[in-house]
Design a protein around this ligand. Structure first.
Ligand code: 8X3
Length: 253
């Protein structure tokens, strides 16, 4: 694949960081977004030192639409010409029942997982259409395929990511711009720590007795989708550990 400019949201850890590493080691240049400036700087330093990658940091909260717009329009020169947008930033807070949870926390989840993904798409894709090249890779989830206990709002958000991906693919059908929805199952990242509001033990239990995927594993799939020849559009990929069968059926030894 020729050198691409790749914007990754939520790139300071987990799947986003894995994607940053995979694209960097293959010679692409990166625009890394995230809220944690210190972590982003550490990722940038690693990628520059190990892979001599060109890395630009765009630290902002994706929920802040004005800041996102200003940051993107202030990108220098041809850095504005984003070839691959990886809408990865996402989270869930809590495992509460739909009729019992905290609406303010769910606002944060919906604003990040759905509205910010849509805003980034709205800001970046017109340029792709104009230039006649581009690829939007959304981080969906197995959670978007069907709801599971304790996951109502998160599952709804990831179902929305699937619909937004399918809708965008329809809207772009007469352009060369591709749209991919990646749907991971169990991936061991900070995601579960946030889900369990910082309870590391509860988070660790999610991955007990099973070898979960890593952010780097998902990055392999993301990279594959980006690297296949232009006439191939990987529309969706559901990827989970070998000992996971569905969102709720997991074999633990
Ligand atoms: C997160 C994966 O298995 O917690 O998107 O739904 S899971």
């Amino acid at each position: 694949m020729e050198k691409k400019t790749v914007l990754i949201t939520g790139a300071s850890s987990g799947i986003g960081e894995g994607c940053a590493r995979k694209f960097a080691m293959n010679g692409h240049r990166l625009i890394l977004n995230g809220r944690n400036q210190e972590k982003l700087k550490a990722v940038k330093q690693e990628l520059e030192e190990k892979y001599r990658a060109e890395v630009l940091l765009l630290p902002f909260d994706v929920r802040n639409r004005e800041v996102a717009e200003a940051a993107l329009s202030a990108l220098p020169g041809d850095w504005k010409e984003i070839d691959v947008l990886i809408n990865n930033a996402g989270l869930v807070i809590g495992v509460d029942k739909e009729h019992e949870g905290n609406l303010d926390e769910w606002d944060v989840v919906i604003d990040t997982d759905v509205k910010a993904l849509l805003a980034m798409t709205r800001l970046v894709v017109p340029g792709m259409v104009e230039r006649g090249r581009g690829h939007v890779i959304n981080m969906g989830s197995i959670a978007g395929d069907y709801a599971y206990p304790g996951g109502s709002v998160y599952c709804a958000c990831k179902a929305a990511v699937k619909a937004l991906s399918d809708g965008l693919r329809i809207d772009l059908v007469d352009t060369p711009v591709r749209v991919t929805n990646i749907k991971p199952g169990l991936v061991e990242t900070n995601f579960s720590v946030v889900r369990f509001r910082g309870n590391k033990e509860a988070a660790d239990n999610v991955y007990k007795g099973i070898r979960p995927l890593s952010g780097d594993d998902i990055a392999e799939v993301v990279y594959f989708a980006a690297a296949v020849p232009q006439h191939i559009q990987i529309a969706e990929v559901l990827v989970m550990p070998t000992n996971q069968a569905t969102g709720t059926i997991v074999s633990r030894k």
